[in-house]
Design a protein around this ligand. Sequence first.
Ligand code: NAP
Ligand code: HSE
Length: 439
Amino acid sequence: MRRMIALMIKVGLLGCGTVGGGVIQLLRANAAYLEARVGAPLDVVRVLVRDPDKERVPELDRARLTTDPEAILGDASIDVVVEVMGGLDPARGHLARAIAAGKQIVTANKMLLAIHGGDLLESAKKRGVDLAFEGAVGGGIPVIRVLRDALASDRIASLAGIVNGTSNYILTRMRADGLSFEAALEEAQAKGYAEADPGLDVDGGDAAHKLVVLAMLAFGARLDDAKISTEGIRGIEPVDHAFADRFGYVVKHLAIAKDKSDGTGAGALELRVHPALVAKDAPLANINGVLNAIAVEGRALGPCLLSGRGAGDLPTAVSVVADIVDVAIAKKSGTAGQSTRAIRLAPRAVAPMDDVEARYYVRFSVYDRPGVLARITGALGERGVSIEQLVQQGRGSTDVPVDVVMMTHETKESAIQGALGAIGKSDFVAKPPRMIRVH
Ligand code: NAP
Ligand code: HSE
């Protein structure tokens, strides 16, 4: 009896660190199941790294390691190129070459997608190949497919997400276990959650890159050069967690997008990344540790929450390997490029941050002198900012500062920024005021 031998799908892996190692492990662990699904074995024939002597996952056949990108980009027999090396260059050039060579592409590189995604998608469409990137946002959460396919019939009104696992891990460990920022960051790095440059995590850049990618899918927005207001978590102190708790909130780091056009697709998008107070009983408040969640509001669907592990080797590998399976099946069935053609992008403006309206938590560290409160409330009142609650914790003195914390009613960002700027210059202020928006 003759047995049909399925031609293998050859995969070239660019990078074998946290995510690449997870990809190798998952492909090995689920090889038979994945072969049955694709109709051919998936074989990682070459793995590009910088240091060929470094320790790698034991499932890797070290004979396949190379430090020469040509071994993958110049090999016409490779069907799928998977980029999990990170950074802009040389990743961008490698992917441009792989697309030009007609290879199917998978990447988890949100920075590259946020900055050059529009061009890369255009090139992939022209060449009739797929550019798949489920691993770029939310680790193992299938949010890209949900926005691209499952919610394609609806118009998205807004989304708000905890999209940086490292920041959420740090905030959770600080609040729940009293760890210092530095100790919590070290743990996140040891667990493989952080970027090679952890500043991208804790200063909000990574979440901003992911927001741009989400806005591509949710609103068809091409935002290559957009300036997105981005704040990280470095300034959040234990005292802010304590006050937030007292007011009924937890501090979370959020990426927020709102379509200001009422569904016509013409107006500006509100896009921002910053810490936020989230009410304790809201779903996002209970997303802890490395978990991510994206709360999507569809105009027809209403609210929908997606959550799961947002960083780390195997969770991210789940998304990357699912993409490898999809692009391999598309290649075999002659439908390469179809899913990428479904992503249609047009430039969208970003609304000025000054127009944002929210309630605000503000903490002033002030010397306890007569008249200080009146000057603070005066500066807020002059700009139309009304106070909902006010707490002074403890008793300071003329040279030992005390925290005065306020929750405002809804007001404009420009008004609160103006007031904080003026108060911050006063001689009774020990350090710049801390402001956190209420979500
Ligand atoms: P990583 O652990 O630093 O691994 C990067 C890999 O790429 C390493 O194997 C490195 O080689 C290789 N590499 C980097 N630059 C190279 C170059 N110029 N030439 C050859 N090889 C190079 O990073 P990672 O955490 O796996 O992240 C990879 C990508 O996935 C990034 O875009 C990241 O943003 C994204 N991502 C990460 C996670 C996560 O949880 N870590 C989740 C989702 C998405 P050496 O090993 O020899 O140094
Ligand atoms: N450094 C990223 C994070 C990895 O912590 O969320 C997942 O994209």
